[in-house]
Design a protein around this ligand. Sequence first.
Ligand code: DLL
Length: 433
Amino acid sequence: MIYNEEFETLPSEALEALQLKRLKQVVERVYHTVGFYRRTYENAGVVPEDINSLDDLRTLPFTTKDDLKDNYPFGLFAVPMSNIVRLHASSGTTGKPTVVGYTKRDIDTWSVLMARSFAAAGLTKNDIVHNAYGYGLFTGGLGAHYGAERLGASVIPMSGGSTKKQLMILQDFGPTAICCTPSYLLHLAEQGRVMGIDVKSLNLRVGILGAEPWSERMRDEIEKRWDIKALNIYGLSEIIGPGVAMECLEGRSGMHVFEDHFIVETIDPVTGAPVPPGEEGELVFTTLTKEACPLVRYRTRDMSRLIKEPCRCGRTLTRIARLTGRSDDMIIVRGVNVFPSQIESVLLGIEGLRPHYQLIVDRRKELDTLEIQVEVGEEIFSDEVKVLQGLERRIARDVKDYLGVTAAVKLVGPGSLERFEGKAKRVIDKRRI
Ligand code: DLL
């Protein structure tokens, strides 16, 4: 089913005309309301009047996560705080998160985009949606919640965690759709097996899964274990949250980008040069309708390719292929985005630790695990076991407090971790996704 038939099936000329009209408006607005854009455009020698075609977008500078960090927390907002009705945040590259704001109309736009996403998964107002994305600063929970309500479906605001309770609700309330990360859905199946629950016999029909990388292999596994259709949903807080792109039930290959609200480009992550459709590059998005935090040419660091071929579902929207990785070192552990630099700043705030560390990510019983190995000086390493254990606990607590992720910490003696001549390899990712 197509939620906004008119906008999701526009012929390309009409879509491009709409995009150009909206692009001109957004560039004009950020230039006049956000100091950051005014400065970067002046430095680049461009003015809003230079935008006369969609191709002219390429003359504008990129926006990066560092720009958001430099303007922390509200420096990129294009409206006064009195017009902001909601704030969300995701991990930044340092201890500080990336903050985004929404006006009333932004929340409305986002709800519609999520309603479109659910409709693409075949949902209607007759469905019951079990929403196990985390509620809070993370955009997954509330994003999916408002979208399901907008569609008129019945939403169960489960949030994350409490796996046994989730299984009880799945059995008792009989939801027809589930929203969560793909790894969590596998974990739920695993826990169900332990509890003797036949998850295949539940009422579930479809999973709307995203927020972390996953593979076709994982899709097969999920579909087999649950006897449901598993669909991919993509988004990021900076652009709006989930609902930037969504797979449809009919195509199930690549996610339709809601191009009446976003322009998507792919670029070479090293040179910034455009990459043609069909070839892999870094995804870059421009928001066309967002009021509170419009972003022009935002570099996502997510790697994918554009699919321009028509889709069986009838939507004319460009698709993005399943993401293949990132062009930076961000990892996603149990749905939480983590940059090694964030862990580093926690470690360096603790006395006695040396600046040599390694992060080992693995997946056990379908759950991500993170181990932090960090070197300590000789004077500490030769101390009593009790002292070492106390320090490990303190590090784990600080990491949990600052980053919201659970880690096992292992202190190692001076010189025991590998040294690197060039770029240090901080992350060993053993997950077979
Ligand atoms: O993860 C928004 C979201 C919530 C998407 C629920 C889908 C479902 P952030 O916390 O800002 O927002 O993290 C965004 O997560 O840049 C990708 O690297 C990764 N990501 C999101 N969806 C997918 C996906 C939400 N389907 C970052 N496949 C993005 C692979 C994904 N990676």
